[in-house]
Design a protein around this ligand. Structure first.
Ligand SMILES: [Ca+2]
Ligand SMILES: [Ca+2]
Length: 156
């Protein structure tokens, strides 16, 4: 459905999300300006919105449900991740943060070590994103052929 795709693109596009937030900030500011009774409430919302804009600018997306559940910012981290078919997803990567804490096969001495680390991350990412086949996401880039076995070249 074309409008579903449009909606999805709008949600996934950083620019349009920042635009929506700035639009909301302007509305809240206008309300705060004209309605003295709710002024402080509106100012509180504006501060929250500015925080949200900051997170967008610094590419720091959070899943609010996960944040509510865990109270942890890092576990609620959402990132845009491409799968092996080239599709982009918004994925709750949590502590398995691929951009900042990348791991490579030469970080591990044995295949088993790499496999344990991968399995831990794959399980938690899979649990948070049940609609996505986590093997296709190639977490940390450790499993290029997406067969679930990582760093095949490492010794056992
Ligand atoms: Ca890597
Ligand atoms: Ca593999």
């Amino acid at each position: 459905m074309w409008f579903k795709d449009t909606l999805k693109n709008a949600r996934n596009s950083k620019k349009s999300r920042i635009g929506v937030l700035i639009f909301l900030i302007i509305i809240l500011a206008i309300i705060a300006f004209f309605f003295e009774k709710v002024r402080w409430l509106m100012i509180g919302f504006i501060i929250l919105m500015l925080g949200a804009v900051g997170m967008q600018v610094y590419d720091y997306d959070l899943d609010l449900g996960k944040l509510w559940e865990t109270g942890s910012l890092s576990e609620s981290r959402v990132e845009s991740v491409k799968d092996s078919d080239g599709n982009s997803y918004q994925v709750i990567t949590g502590n398995c943060n691929r951009k900042e804490y990348d791991l490579n096969c030469d970080d591990f001495a044995t295949q088993g070590e790499a496999q344990n680390q991968y399995n831990q991350c794959a399980d938690s990412v899979q649990a948070d994103n049940p609609d996505i086949d986590v093997r296709k996401l190639d977490i940390y880039g450790l499993d290029g052929n997406n067969n679930g076995v990582v760093c095949e070249a490492l010794p056992n």
